[in-house]
Design a protein around this ligand. Structure first.
Ligand SMILES: Nc1nc2c(ncn2[C@@H]2O[C@H](COP(=O)(O)OP(=O)(O)OP(=O)(O)O)[C@@H](O)[C@H]2O)c(=O)[nH]1
Length: 730
C-alpha cells in the first residue's frame, strides 16, 4: 500500500518512449547511438551495467528513506543563470557522478537530450535522485528558455521546494520573474542562490537589492561573499559565524576549509558578520512570533548567545511560510559554495510531510528516474517522486488516484475544504484541483511527411509529443488539409521538428513560420440561416437567428447567451449541439481564418423540424454565426510581446535603432552593472529571427527574453498589408 504519492510526467520524453517501446533500456541505447557522432560524451554511458552507469553511485542505500528526510526540489532560473552547471556540481559532490560535467563541453547528466547537449540549454526537465548527509534529494532541473515555460510549470506541481538561481552580475532577469510568479502560484518555498560570484561585474549587494525590489521578496542573508568577481574565494556563514574557503588550486572544489571567525585573524569580517547576524535575527523575529518570544525572553541582551540551531529552525519556519527567502551565494563554475547550498536545501526547505498533501495511491509498476536512465522499484513510500509507464489516457496536468472510491473521497474532501476556503488556503485542495496553465501558442507552421504513406507515422509522432508537451498544438487546416503545428516560439518548433527526425526517424518538411493572429468584431450584427436537407427518407430542417457582439474579455472562448423565449424548453442535447456549432464557427474568423476573440453570441430563435439530427443543428448554428461575423466590421489582433534586451553599453544605440524599425515601444532603459537593459513591447511579427540579428548587431554580447503580453489591434495600414499578403495580392 502506498500513500502520499504524486505522479507527474517529469521526463516526458522517457515516459512516451517507454510507452511506445515498452523497454526503456532500448530507448536509452538507441538515442546514445545517435548522439555519438555529434556529441563528445565525457563519460562512458554506453557501457552501463544494466541501466546504471559506471560513474553513477549504487542506489541501494537510498530507496525508501523516511519522509522527514526527503526533499523534492526544483531548480529554476533565467536562461543561462547556471542551473545545469550547479546541478552538475551537486551531483558530483553528492557522489552521484564521479566526474564534473560541463555544459560548454556538452556532457552534463541532466541535459541529456541531443538538442540540449548541442545547444547548451535545458529543454526538458530532468529528474535525478541522490543522497546528501542522510537526506534523500529528488531534484528537477527545469528549462530557462521562455519557449519552455510550460515544462517549468508542470514541474512545480510536484515540488515541495525550489532553489532559484541568479546570475549575480545580472540579478533578477525577465524569466526569473516568470518562474517566480509560477512558484508563487503553487506556493513553493524557495531559497535563492546567487551564482557566478566569480564573474566580472558580480555584485552580491546589487543582486540582493533586485530580489527585494523586483520580486518583492524579503531576502534573508545567510551568507556574505568573501571577495567578489576575480577575488571571490569563499563565503561567510552568517548563522554560525564561520568562514568557508575553497582552495584555489583544487580543480573540483570538493575540499574546503570551515573555520570560526576570530577577532585576532579576521577582525573586520567578524564585525561585519556580527552585524549581519544581528540584523538577520531581528528580521526573523519580526516574521516569526515563536522566535520573537524566544529572543526576547532569553537572548535580548546578547544575540551572540543564541544557538545557531534555534535560528535555523526559525528560518526554516519562515521559509515554509514564504514570508522571506534565504539567500546564499557562490560560483558553480569555479566549484565554490555548492556544498553549503545543499546543506541549506536539507535544513530550510520542507519535507513532503510538511507540505500536507493528502493522497493515497496504488500503482503496479514504478521507475526511479536518474536523468535518462531508470530503475524499476517494487514500492515507494510517501513523499517520493517516481515515474510510471503505460498510462494511455493520462496527460500532463492530471492527478492520478488509486480507485474510484479514493477519487470520490478526495473530491468530497475538496468540497468540504472548499467551504473553508475563504478562511484558509488548503494545500490538498489546491494541489488536487490545480491543473497546469497551458500558454497560448503564438507561432504556427505547416508540417509535411516525406511521403503520403508516412502521414500515419507523423500523426503518431505528433500525438505522442503532444501528450508530453501540451503547449504544442496540432490542427488540420480545413482548406488545405495540411497538418499545422502551433508552438511557443521559433526554438520550440525547431526542437519538435528535430525530435520527430531523431526519435521517430521521420524527415519532415516545415512550411514558413507564421504568427498566430486573432480576430475580433467591432459592432453587433444579427444573422439568420436555414438548413434544409433530406437524407434518405428523413428531412432535417433548422432555422436559427443569432447576434454576435463585441465584449471585453481577452478570451478566445465565446460567451454564449440565450434569449429568454428559447432558453426554457431547450433539450440538453440541442444545447450541446448549438454550443459546439458556435465554438467551431469562432475557431476560424472570416479575415484570416484565425480564432475570434472577445465576442458574445446570443441565440434569438431556433426552429427545429421533428427528426432533425443534432449534427444538422450544430452545422446550421455554425454557418449562421459565421455569416454574422462576416457581416460585422472586423479587426485583426496581433500578439504583442514583452521584450527585455540586456546589452553592453557600447551597443545600446544600434539595438535601439533596430527596435525602432521593428515597431518597438521602449518603456524603460535600466543600468545593470556595465550593461543596459532595454524593456519594452514589440509585435511578434517584427521580432522573428531576432536572435541572429541581435548577435550580429552586438557581436554576440546581448541576450534577450520574450513573453506574450497581450493581443493588440493592428492599425488599418498594417492590417491591409497583412491581408493582401495572405491573399497573395502583394
Ligand atoms: N563565470 C561563471 N560562469 C558560469 C557559472 N555557472 C555557469 N556558468 C556559465 O554560464 C553558462 C550557462 O550555464 P548553464 O549551467 O547551462 O545555465 P542554465 O541556467 O542551465 O541554462 P539553460 O539550461 O539554457 O536555462 C555556461 O557557459 C556556464 O559555463 C559561474 O558560476 N560562473
Amino acid at each position: 500500500m502506498l500513500s502520499n504519492l504524486r505522479i507527474c510526467a517529469v521526463s516526458h520524453q522517457t515516459i512516451s518512449s517507454v510507452h511506445i517501446n515498452n523497454i526503456c533500456c532500448y530507448k536509452v541505447r538507441a538515442s546514445l547511438k545517435r548522439l555519438k557522432p555529434h556529441v563528445p560524451l565525457g563519460r562512458n554511458y554506453s557501457s552501463l551495467p544494466g541501466l546504471i552507469g559506471n560513474d553513477i553511485k549504487s542506489l541501494h542505500s537510498i530507496i525508501n528513506p523516511p519522509i522527514a528526510k526527503i526533499r523534492n526540489i526544483g531548480i529554476m532560473a533565467h536562461i543561462d543563470a547556471g542551473k545545469t552547471t550547479t546541478t552538475e556540481r551537486i551531483l558530483y559532490y553528492s557522489g552521484y557522478t564521479r566526474s564534473l560535467g560541463d555544459v560548454d563541453d556538452g556532457d552534463t547528466v541532466t541535459d541529456f537530450m541531443a538538442q540540449e547537449r548541442e545547444r547548451g540549454i535545458t529543454i526538458q526537465s530532468a529528474a535525478v535522485t541522490f543522497d546528501w548527509k542522510g537526506y534523500r534529494v529528488n531534484l528537477i532541473d527545469t528549462p530557462g528558455h521562455v519557449d519552455f515555460t510550460l515544462e517549468v510549470e508542470r514541474c512545480l506541481r510536484v515540488l515541495d521546494g525550489a532553489v532559484a538561481i541568479f546570475d549575480a552580475s545580472a540579478g533578477v532577469e525577465a524569466q526569473t520573474l516568470t518562474v517566480w510568479r509560477q512558484a508563487d502560484k503553487h506556493n513553493i518555498p524557495r531559497i535563492c542562490f546567487l551564482n557566478k560570484m566569480d564573474k566580472t561585474g558580480a555584485s552580491f549587494k546589487y543582486a540582493v537589492e533586485s530580489i527585494r525590489e523586483k520580486l518583492k521578496a524579503k531576502p534573508l542573508l545567510l551568507q556574505l561573499p568573501i571577495g567578489e568577481a576575480k577575488t571571490f574565494k569563499g563565503v561567510v556563514d552568517v548563522v554560525t559565524k564561520e568562514k568557508l574557503l575553497w582552495n584555489s588550486n583544487s580543480n573540483d572544489g570538493k575540499d574546503f576549509e570551515r573555520k570560526p571567525l576570530l577577532e585576532i585573524s579576521d577582525p573586520e569580517l567578524l564585525k561585519e558578520t556580527t552585524e549581519a547576524r544581528n540584523a538577520l535575527i531581528e528580521q526573523v523575529a519580526d516574521l516569526d512570533d515563536e522566535f520573537a518570544d524566544l529572543v526576547l525572553e532569553e537572548f535580548s541582551e546578547n544575540f551572540d548567545l543564541l544557538p545557531a540551531e534555534k535560528l535555523q529552525t526559525a528560518i526554516h519556519r519562515v521559509t515554509l511560510a514564504q514570508t522571506a527567502v534565504p539567500v546564499l551565494c557562490g560560483s558553480a563554475l569555479k566549484n565554490k559554495g555548492i556544498q553549503p547550498l545543499l546543506d541549506a536545501v536539507t535544513v530550510y526547505l520542507p519535507s513532503p510531510e510538511e507540505r500536507n498533501y493528502e493522497f493515497l495511491e496504488r500503482i503496479s509498476r514504478l521507475l526511479l528516474p536518474f536523468a535518462d536512465q531508470h530503475v524499476e522499484i517494487p514500492s515507494l513510500t510517501a513523499g517520493n517522486i517516481a515515474l510510471t509507464v503505460g498510462l494511455k489516457h493520462t496527460a500532463t496536468g492530471d492527478t492520478i488516484v488509486s480507485s474510484k472510491s479514493s477519487a470520490l473521497a478526495a473530491a468530497r474532501r475538496a468540497e468540504r475544504e472548499g467551504e473553508k476556503k475563504h478562511r484558509q488556503n488548503n494545500e490538498a485542495e489546491r494541489v488536487l484541483l490545480a491543473g497546469v496553465e497551458i500558454p497560448e501558442p503564438v507561432f504556427f507552421c505547416t508540417i509535411e511527411p516525406p511521403s503520403v504513406s508516412k502521414q500515419p507515422d507523423l500523426e503518431h509522432a505528433l500525438k505522442c509529443l503532444q501528450r508530453e508537451d501540451p503547449s504544442l498544438k496540432v490542427r488540420l487546416d480545413p482548406d488545405s488539409g495540411q497538418t499545422v503545428l502551433c508552438g511557443m516560439g521559433e526554438l520550440h518548433i525547431e526542437i519538435i521538428h528535430d525530435r520527430i527526425k531523431r526519435e521517430y526517424g521521420l524527415e519532415t518538411y516545415l512550411g514558413p513560420l507564421q504568427v498566430a493572429y486573432r480576430e475580433t468584431i467591432l459592432n453587433s450584427v444579427r444573422a439568420t440561416d436555414t438548413l434544409d436537407r433530406t437524407l434518405g427518407d428523413k428531412r432535417h430542417l433548422v432555422t436559427v437567428e443569432v447576434e454576435a457582439r463585441p465584449i471585453e474579455t481577452s478570451s478566445v472562448t465565446p460567451v454564449i447567451e440565450y434569449a429568454e423565449s428559447i432558453s426554457e424548453g431547450l433539450l440538453k442535447v440541442s444545447k450541446e449541439a448549438i454550443e459546439s456549432g458556435i465554438h467551431s464557427a469562432c475557431l476560424q474568423g472570416p479575415l484570416l481564418g484565425s480564432p475570434v476573440q472577445d465576442v458574445a453570441i446570443t441565440l434569438y430563435s431556433l426552429t427545429v423540424h421533428p427528426g432533425t439530427s443534432t449534427t444538422m443543428i450544430s452545422a446550421c448554428v455554425s454557418r449562421c454565426v459565421q455569416k454574422a461575423l462576416k457581416k460585422a466590421d472586423k479587426q485583426v489582433l496581433e500578439p504583442l510581446m514583452n521584450l527585455e534586451v540586456t546589452v553592453a553599453r557600447d551597443y545600446l544605440s544600434p539595438v535601439l535603432a533596430d527596435l525602432a524599425q521593428r515597431r518597438g515601444n521602449i518603456q524603460e532603459i535600466q543600468t545593470r552593472q556595465d550593461n543596459k537593459v532595454v524593456i519594452g513591447f514589440v509585435p511578434l511579427a517584427d521580432i522573428m529571427g531576432y536572435s541572429t540579428v541581435l548577435r550580429t548587431l552586438t557581436s554576440g554580447s546581448a541576450t534577450f527574453a520574450l513573453e506574450l503580453s497581450t493581443y493588440q489591434a493592428m492599425n488599418s495600414q498594417d492590417q491591409n498589408t497583412l491581408l493582401n499578403r495572405r491573399s497573395g495580392l502583394t
